[in-house]
Ligand binder design. Structure first.
Ligand code: NAP
Length: 289
């Protein structure tokens, strides 16, 4: 395993990239690597104090330029404000990373309709708001652009207990593939990443509080036997943002150590069969032939 930066130092030089939910977790980790590769970064979410602290730290760590802008992705006017502030500070906008999300782990019948709406609004509407607002700008200015959406593997398998999130991420994936075709003529490229388990406060301690994280240890569900390192995701995100991937369009790249296939394969649970039992089964087959 390698956890150092993968791309050339200037891979994103001069690019201005907006990362929604960029003050924490994976958004912050990807943003940090974009800065290291020469990008200007705009981070946006609801909590301005979190964004300001992250911006200061990221600038100190990388020497890059970071603009924090408060925005609830559910509100189209606030989204347009982020774009205006970004243009004011950096001029042209080149890339968008739709990363902001919310989730409730719960039996679906225990959720109120408002809770359901909240997740759909943050994840799906948030991503469509930013993509539409920026896409309109790019098309009017005849300017190329790149959009990267963070989904999950249950965007296509579905998953119990996170149903609003599954519905919303499936919608984001549909938008990715649809616009990848429709907007390619405008030189706008869209791709998605489906991460498996990567430790963050948002995805882990909040979603699986207390000793639940030990009981349902995510690493045990991953064939390669471990969870992801943030830099592994950042390497993939930077590649998909950069011009090195300009022939990749409408793709969703899974980075999960094989986790979702483990659940999908009908016989994968035979992993638990001990070697001695395989020996017995093989010996039994040998006798018959
Ligand atoms: P996280 O740190 O909780 O990130 C979520 C971010 O979204 C926060 O910065 C939050 O900031 C922002 N946000 C939430 N509601 C918002 C709203 N209404 N408007 C604007 N921003 C909002 O969790 P994470 O694990 O890094 O997740 C990042 C992405 O990876 C998500 O799309 C998630 O679904 C995806 N993912 C993560 C994993 C994993 O194992 N970590 C696995 C699969 C997919 P504020 O609270 O300040 O608004």
């Amino acid at each position: 395993m390698r956890t150092d930066g993968m791309l050339k130092d200037d891979a994103l030089k001069g690019q201005t990239i907006i990362v929604t939910g960029g003050g924490t977790g994976l958004g912050r980790a990807m943003g940090k690597y974009f800065l290291e590769l020469g990008a200007n970064l705009v981070i946006t979410s609801r909590k301005m104090e979190v964004l300001e602290k992250a911006a200061q730290e990221l600038e100190a760590e990388t020497g890059g330029k970071v603009l924090p802008v408060q925005c609830d992705v559910r509100d189209y006017e606030q989204v347009e404000n982020v774009l205006a502030k970004t243009e004011e500070r950096f001029g042209q906008i080149h890339c968008l990373l739709n990363n902001a999300a919310g989730n409730f782990v719960s039996p679906t019948e225990r959720l109120s309709n408002r809770a359901f709406d909240t997740i759909i609004d943050i994840v799906l509407k948030g991503s469509t708001n930013f993509t539409l607002a920026l896409g309109k700008k790019w098309i009017a200015a005849e300017q190329a652009g790149t959009v990267l959406n963070i989904v999950t593997t249950y965007a296509w398998t579905g998953s119990g207990y996170v149903v609003p999130s599954a519905c919303a991420k499936a919608g984001v994936l549909a938008m990715t593939r649809s616009l990848a075709v429709e907007w390619a003529k405008y030189k706008i490229r869209l791709n998605a990443i489906a991460p498996g388990p990567f430790p963050t406060e948002g995805a882990w301690s909040r979603l699986l509080p207390g000793d639940l994280i030990d009981k349902f240890d995510p690493a045990k569900l991953v064939p390669v036997g471990r969870v992801g390192e943030h830099q592994e995701l950042a390497n993939l995100a930077a590649y998909l943002m950069s011009d090195f991937s300009s022939y990749v369009n409408g793709e969703v790249v899974t980075i999960d150590g094989g986790e979702w296939l483990m659940g999908a394969g009908e016989f994968s649970h035979l992993e638990k069969v001990p070697q001695a039992m395989w020996d017995m089964l093989e010996a039994g087959r040998g006798k018959k032939s």
